[in-house]
Design a protein around this ligand. Structure first.
Ligand SMILES: Cc1ncc(COP(=O)(O)O)c(C=O)c1O
Length: 306
């Protein structure tokens, strides 16, 4: 991670090295944090935060699921996200807002004795899954770890504690030499990757699991839905059998960090002919076109920093 100069912390801009947390903070001890991952792109018309409102909406919803009342209003959070870009003189960046139960009580339910602290960092960020991942694809595996279930956690929330599960999925895949791990639901259906959603293509139709397949409702996933409509691609949201990972024509991941990353094999079985397929390429073109002006932003997704 490349450090920037300043981090927004509880309403103040503080030096990167001083944005620290007490070791007894509740969020560190028990994972009671909620966060977002947002990209700011250097577009042909200046820096723009991609789908800022959608990310902040999910952030607020995640906090609500964990019974956190955020001490800042929506517009204050949006302004702080823009400010960390400007004050750090960044043109493109990854923005990481986080809210956490701070220091105050060791009780699992601190009953209001821990403050809700917040920070927003922004820093330079490149390709998440490796420099050639977006153009050439990655090799993935299905991991022995399943995705969390809605019976144990509000899985639609982007909460720090859930990423202990994501870590196990990613780390098992990496330990076995794969670029990313895919997790199934408790019932064995396709859920998602450690930190991205999954789409597959069969006979020209795009398929992706529904929210009830215990996935995170990705903003990039929603972006692909809307782009697919403009490309006249049929898209089906349905429970997907694991076997389709091995018999589909194309497979790709979507996420703020992963962007649109093709998968070329699963468990050493090639996806299609092992090359990046035409549907994936057209989605990639439409997606990256938003940032170089090739795709008109008819949705107002680009939130200009200045
Ligand atoms: C578990 C998980 N699923 C899916 C995604 C993709 O979500 P988004 O497209 O909003 O980044 C992410 C990343 O935020 C994630 O962490």
């Amino acid at each position: 991670m490349k450090a920037s100069k300043l981090i927004w912390k509880n309403g103040e801009m503080v030096p990167w090295a001083e944005a620290t947390v007490h070791v007894m903070a509740h969020g560190l001890q028990y994972g009671t944090t909620v966060f977002e991952g947002i990209r700011c792109y250097a577009t042909h018309q200046g820096s723009a935060i991609f789908r800022l409102k959608a990310h902040l909406r999910r952030f607020v919803e995640s906090a609500k699921a964990y019974r956190m009342i955020l001490p800042y209003k929506f517009e204050e959070l949006a302004a702080a996200c823009r400010r960390v870009i400007v004050d750090n003189e960044l043109s493109s960046a990854y923005i990481r807002p986080i809210a956490y139960r701070g220091y105050g009580s060791i009780a699992v339910d601190p009953q209001g004795k821990c403050p809700i602290d917040m920070a927003i960092a922004a820093f330079e960020f490149g390709a998440y899954l490796g420099s050639n991942a977006v153009s050439q694809g990655i090799d993935a595996c299905v991991t022995s770890w399943h995705r969390l279930t809605s019976a144990t956690n509000p899985v639609l929330a982007k909460a720090g504690g859930h990423y202990a599960n994501a870590f196990l999925i990613a780390a098992e895949a990496h330990a076995n030499g794969f670029g990313e791990g895919l997790a199934v639901t408790a019932q064995g259906h396709i859920a998602e990757a450690s930190a991205s959603n999954v789409f597959l293509v069969r006979e020209g139709i795009l398929f992706t699991p529904p929210l009830s397949s215990t996935i995170l409702g990705g903003i990039t996933r929603d972006t692909v839905f809307q782009l697919a409509r403009t490309l006249d691609l049929r898209i089906e949201e349905q429970v997907l059998p694991r076997e389709w990972l091995y018999s589909c024509d194309e497979l790709f991941l979507t996420g703020t960090a992963a962007e649109i990353t093709p998968i070329r094999s699963v468990d050493h079985i090639p996806v299609g002919d092992g090359q990046v397929g035409p549907v994936t390429q057209s989605i990639q073109r439409a997606f990256f076109g938003l940032f170089d002006g090739q795709t008109a932003d008819r949705w107002g997704w680009l939130d200009w920093v200045q």
